[in-house]
Design a protein around this ligand. Structure first.
Ligand SMILES: Cc1cc2nc3c(=O)[nH]c(=O)nc-3n(C[C@H](O)[C@H](O)[C@H](O)COP(=O)(O)O)c2cc1C
Ligand SMILES: CC(C)CC(=O)C(=O)O
Length: 370
């Protein structure tokens, strides 16, 4: 079985409206396709006669350590797919030692997700769990959400900044899919203020959110703050200047502005802009162990996966996500061995062709304090 096979397996039983919600992107879905195509275009160029019996796959990330360089990007509404929802994904991630970024739009409350992760992690291991946040124009609401995430034990906040407005998903429009079905709610939003019911419409996307609110967020919490959805190198430089602890280089899986470049295409430029001062995590189109190695080679500290987790969850719940993570772990290990690499940190730009453009050779974060 390969990562892409989970989609067909899931579609065998999934409501086609929900399958469209997962697969879909903005407008013509040009960026959705570009993300995977960029990985197909780039080639690996292995070294020989310099490997090791075992590869080190572990990564240090702000506030957390993971046993593999593939993390679960935040995805909303897991209970659309299986009754346990985010709890199933969290258990699988914690068992595999993969970091999970829980979505603010989760259908299970963050406290419950964190508790499930703690119970599933091997003895003595703290599960790696971050919380994704859309900063709300109402800062009291935002602060209450941050408190919920911190109280649950999340080790960092991932602020999604690519959504000044909702993306236009034509598939959802055609299908009339706008709301969660009765019985499901965004549990993190329930009772943030008297009488709030956890309706999706409570999430406000505001084009007026700016660096001012990012600075404010850094002041009200000790948790590391990462930004998800920075694509322009100028914004990456600004993020460093504002003291942000990491970037998630993401185009939201092609679900926000259509026709933006593939994240892999932007990676050398973004890595050069941050110059190794903070970690860069890439998501979008990662479907193979070789994709993971390519992203690491161009300066990513780790990669995220979105849709594959949703398909695996729909196909087999916790066990499905477990199989997905094991498969990717084995593929990454295999690709590293074939590249003559002793581990994740032994991968550099010399392993890919065509090479990164001159002057844009990435620096990589050394895993130290940010
Ligand atoms: C069904 C679905 C729901 C998503 N929900 C969120 C979300 O709640 N918050 C967020 O920041 N990103 C969300 N994303 C974007 C993912 O975090 C991620 O950037 C993207 O899926 C990565 O691309 P991939 O699906 O090709 O792996 C969602 C993506 C999908 C497919
Ligand atoms: C707007 C969120 C509820 C979900 C999301 O980010 C997405 O579907 O891409």
């Amino acid at each position: 079985m390969a990562v892409r096979d989970f989609e067909a397996a899931a579609r065998a039983t999934l409501d086609p409206v929900h399958a469209d919600f997962i697969a879909g992107g903005a407008h013509d879905e040009i960026t959705v396709r570009a993300n995977e195509a960029a990985f197909r275009r780039l080639r690996l160029l292995p070294r020989v006669l310099r490997g090791s019996a075992e590869r080190e796959l572990g990564v240090e990330l702000p506030g957390a350590r993971a046993r593999m360089p593939v993390l679960l990007s935040p995805t909303a509404f897991h209970r659309l797919l299986v009754p346990e929802g985010e709890v199933a994904a969290a258990r699988a991630a914690a068992s595999a030692g993969a970091l999970m970024i829980a979505s603010m739009a989760s259908t299970v409350a963050i406290g419950e997700v964190a508790e499930a992760a703690r119970k599933a992690a091997p003895d003595g291991e703290q599960p790696a769990l971050w919380f994704q946040l859309y900063i709300q124009p109402d800062l009291e609401i935002t602060e209450a959400l941050v408190r919920r995430a911190a109280d649950a034990g999340c080790q960092a906040l991932v602020v999604t900044v690519d959504s000044p407005v909702h993306g236009t998903h034509e598939r959802n429009r055609r299908n009339g899919f706008h709301d969660l079905p009765p019985g499901l709610r965004c549990e993190n939003l329930v009772d943030l203020r008297d009488g709030e019911s956890g309706h999706v419409r409570q999430i406000v996307m505001s084009p007026e959110i700016s660096w001012t609110q990012v600075d404010w967020l850094r002041r009200i919490t000790d948790l590391p703050v990462l930004l998800k959805g920075v694509l322009h190198p100028e914004d990456a430089r600004l993020a460093v200047r504002h003291g942000v602890d990491g970037l998630l280089l993401s185009n939201h899986g092609g679900r926000q502005l259509d026709t933006v470049p593939a994240t892999l295409e932007l990676l050398p430029e973004i890595a050069a802009a941050v110059g190794g001062r903070i970690p860069v995590i890439l998501d979008g189109g990662v479907r193979r162990g070789t994709d993971v190695v390519k992203a690491l080679a161009l300066g990513a500290s780790a990669v995220g996966i979105g849709r594959p987790v949703m398909w695996a969850l729909a196909d087999g719940g916790e066990a499905g996500v477990g199989r997905l993570l094991e498969l990717l772990r084995d593929e990454v290990d295999d690709a590293l061995a074939l590249c003559g690499a002793t581990g994740v940190r032994d991968v550099g730009p010399e392993l890919v062709r065509p090479p990164a453009p001159p002057g844009r050779v990435p620096g990589s974060w050394d895993g130290g304090p940010v």
